[in-house]
Design a protein around this ligand. Structure first.
Ligand code: 13P
Length: 252
């Protein structure tokens, strides 16, 4: 059976001391409670703390991910971080396509395509986010919106690249709002996403690809969400910032 994956997306939270003490404590709890046998855990801290986080988690069952990367190899792009820089400090995973990057940093599908290209070139695993707005769901366009997002991005890549992807379905209306998709709503969408992978790449890939849910996951709703057939884990924002909450989610 596929191990469920739980990813902590810390966004722009936790300073150096919070990051390092969280990771040391979490590691202790995970080993004590043998959580690593049940779940694969990935932590996405901010850029400045990726290196120290990687050092702390070296040789353990936890791994780290960057929250973003620039689409160009190197050059005069003040303030940006390249894939080769991340690789040079041992990072091998990146979150791409998050709706906050689309909303606040104007990331388009064209930019995302470039980011996927360069990340794959450097052998990175990609946690790729897709999701619809409340308005799109109200207009019953959520399935076509998701299909379109996949067709314009991931589906541009051949089947042999699919094992580099983890999909995160994050309905935008559920992010940071406390308003989670019901397990049924999420399952329905996850099943649909898997069927799109089936159509495009066949049964083997559609079964193997992990599709995570994200959007107001908490210690109280995680178990119901994770028990759905097509939900392979979660991408957690707010509730991953407090260790007690996050551990409860990992135990769900
Ligand atoms: P919340 O769990 O805070 O809703 O955030 C979800 C998210 O955006 C994870 O990437």
């Amino acid at each position: 059976m596929k191990k469920k994956i739980v990813i902590a997306n810390w966004k722009m939270n936790h300073d150096f001391y919070e990051t390092t003490s969280f990771l040391r404590n979490l590691l202790k709890i995970i080993l004590e409670r043998k959580i690593n046998h049940k779940k694969k855990v990935i932590i996405a801290p901010s850029f400045p703390f990726l290196q120290i986080s990687n050092q702390i988690l070296q040789g353990t069952c936890l791994s780290i991910s960057a929250q973003n990367v620039h689409q160009i190899e190197n050059g005069s792009y003040t303030g940006e971080v390249s894939v080769s820089m991340l690789r040079s400090i041992g990072v091998q995973q990146v979150i791409l396509g998050h709706s906050e990057r689309k909303k606040y940093f104007f990331e388009t599908n064209e930019i995302l395509l470039k980011k996927i290209h360069i990340s794959l070139k450097y052998g990175f695993s990609i946690i790729f986010c897709i999701g619809e707005t409340f308005f799109e769901r109200e207009k019953k366009k959520h399935f076509s919106v998701i299909k379109n997002q996949l067709e314009k991005t991931i589906f541009q890549f051949p089947s042999e690249k699919m094992n580099f992807f983890i999909i995160a379905y994050e309905p935008i209306w559920a992010i940071g709002t406390g308003k989670t998709a019901t397990p049924e709503q999420a399952q329905k969408m996850h099943q649909y996403i898997r069927s799109l992978f089936m159509e495009k790449y066949g049964k083997k890939i559609s079964k193997r690809i992990s599709i995570l849910y994200g959007g107001s996951i908490s210690e109280t709703n995680a178990r119901n969400l994770f028990s759905q057939e097509d939900i392979d884990g979660g991408l957690v924002g707010n509730s991953s910032l407090r260790i007690e909450k996050f551990v409860k989610i990992l135990l769900s």
